[in-house]
Ligand binder design. Structure first.
Ligand code: TRP
Ligand code: SF4
Length: 526
């Protein structure tokens, strides 16, 4: 997770809890932390991330991280869920900056990739070595060491390298070509606004951003398909930029229109309202024309219109200039960056009544969805990418074992997948809990599982797929039947077993990694 991402800053100060029943407005004691997400509300309100719960039902065999609200948010995940449901092409991709040991926070992302792969998606995992070198100043040697560790853990957890693709940013030529191309559509002011880059930011760092944009669109190089990027919410600015760039690369922009000229969205909404209310039969030749709508709008007091005076005067000017042109709803293909051949091919491909203008084609017998599909088809047939905007899912950050943030720089706060199992055991035993001052008070009031890093370990990792077990721990805790000493002993034991098992599997997949199609050593050394 990059330190330069605005979201991480704002999240870092406060300890992030599992959500759960913590909110005062929440009556149900919900072990999965899905009904109250007060800490994360800002992400929904300010950044437009959507709540994962709302689409949970559309996901086939949802992963336990989804069921328990650990995956709490998404952007546009529906097309991916639908593709999985219908056995249609879909992809999953995430990237790892090899700046330290892989830890249990990374395991969430490994699991998310692997789950999507098992549901039938093409799976990609990449080592963000360019980003680690440029944004974090890691040497190539350090990067290689860590990269190996990430990959071993990913394979040990079940990633299938035959079916999926692994790569490192620096040696992937196709990726770099795509990055270069995308870079032509992004500029410095934008990076400044999104990432806070300034005149001191080195250019390689900026290059690592376009590289990440290329990572995110890479699964669609061969053909467009719904693609999900599982990440922490700190990566959301990258996702938004990638969605923007995907759109900018498209040959045609499909929109709804009412006459031959362009209207701004607010203007269009106004015309749409009047179009819906006016009766063509009330006009001379049973035709509703631009002037008629202009007149009707002019007769309406501004206070009854949902637009400001500037919008009003602009829409009136456009309608009056068009005069006797009929108002007729249509679907518009605007030529954004199509080649001449692609534009001609589109004109041929539009069925039914159509009008061709210099920069757009209007179709009268196609609805919006049909038009979108056609635009993509023509684009792909004519050498374009036809990118679908990438989707994302967001998981909660784990609370550090010592309270506060889980941080790679505080060893006691996190458990590395490489930790000696005994050390893992000790770290859990030493963890902060949501327990009360005394056993007596705990029996009386119950523990605060929602604020307890140990409970988080149960929910995020130690219970695995066993929802009942996770729920039992939760219920017993908040019901006062479970005391922290025993609870931690059990968690510590499970953690030790998990680490032993995982590390054994890491040894077993060594060969798999040697055979995998990824360069484990960077040719660079400085
Ligand atoms: N920037 C990500 C991080 O800091 C790593 C990354 C690189 C990535 N490319 C990506 C994540 C593509 C998701 C998708 O961890
Ligand atoms: Fe946390 Fe367990 Fe104590 Fe509850 S009983 S507060 S879950 S350590």
């Amino acid at each position: 997770m990059t330190g330069d991402d605005p979201l991480e800053e704002s999240e870092s100060g406060e300890p992030l809890t599992d959500g759960g029943a913590a909110g005062a407005d929440d009556v149900a004691l919900d072990p999965w932390g899905s009904s109250s997400v007060s800490d994360y509300r800002k992400l929904f309100e300010e950044f437009g991330i959507e709540e994962f719960d709302e689409i949970l039902e559309e996901v086939p065999n949802p992963h336990y991280l989804m069921r328990r609200g650990v995956i709490f948010g998404h952007r546009d995940y529906r097309p991916v869920a639908e593709a999985l449901q219908n056995d249609e092409p879909a992809a999953v991709l995430s990237g790892f900056m090899p700046t330290g040991d892989p830890h249990i926070g990374h395991k969430l992302v490994f699991d998310e990739i692997i789950w999507h792969q098992q549901q039938g998606a093409d799976a990609y995992a990449l080592i963000a070595d360019l980003e680690a070198n440029s944004a974090r100043g890691m040497s190539w040697e350090e990067i290689d060491d860590h990269a190996r560790d990430y990959l071993l853990s990913l394979l040990a957890l079940g990633f299938d390298p035959e079916a999926g693709e692994l790569y490192r940013q620096s040696t992937n030529r196709k990726l770099q070509d795509l990055a270069f191309e995308l870079g032509a559509d992004a500029n410095f002011s934008e990076f400044q606004a999104i990432y806070g880059f300034d005149g001191e930011t080195d250019v390689s760092h900026m290059q690592s951003v376009v590289t990440q944009m290329a990572d995110i669109l890479y699964p669609q190089l061969e053909e467009p398909k719904p693609t999900v990027i599982p990440v922490g919410p700190d990566q959301d600015p990258h996702v938004r930029l990638a969605r923007d760039l995907a759109e900018r690369m498209r040959f045609f922009k499909v929109s709804e229109a009412y006459a031959s000229f362009e209207l701004e969205p607010e203007e269009r909404a106004l015309v749409a309202d009047f179009y819906a209310d006016l009766e063509p039969a009330d006009f001379d030749d049973d035709q509703l024309r631009c002037v008629h709508v202009a007149e009707a709008i002019e007769e309406t007091p501004l206070s009854e219109l949902a637009v400001d005076a500037d919008t009003l005067s602009s829409v009136l000017t456009k309608l009056e200039e068009a005069g006797m042109e009929p108002i007729r709803p249509r679907t518009r293909f605007f030529d954004r960056r199509a080649t001449d051949e692609a534009f001609d091919a589109l004109i041929d491909a539009v069925e039914g009544e159509k009008r061709v203008y210099e920069n757009h084609v209007d179709a009268f017998d196609l609805d919006r969805a049909e038009a979108e599909e056609l635009a993509r088809e023509v684009e792909v047939d004519n050498g374009g990418y036809g990118f679908q905007p990438p989707s994302s899912i967001y998981h909660r950050f784990m609370t550090g074992l010592t309270g506060g943030k889980m941080s790679s720089s505080i060893p006691a706060s996190h458990i590395s997948l490489l930790d000696d199992p005994e050390d893992g055991y000790d770290k859990v035993k030493a963890a902060t809990t949501g327990g009360r001052e005394t056993a007596e008070e705990q029996r009386e009031k119950g523990g605060k599982a929602d604020e307890c890093p140990v409970y988080e370990l149960y929910a995020y990792l130690l219970s695995g797929d066993d929802d009942e077990f996770a729920k039992r721990v939760y219920d017993e805790c908040v019901g006062g039947e479970r005391l922290c000493g025993d609870c931690k002993e059990q968690a510590a034991q499970l953690m030790k077993e998990f680490l032993e098992d995982h590390q054994e599997k890491r040894d077993e997949v060594e060969d798999l990694l040697e055979d995998a199609d990824i360069e484990l050593e960077s040719p660079r050394r400085r």
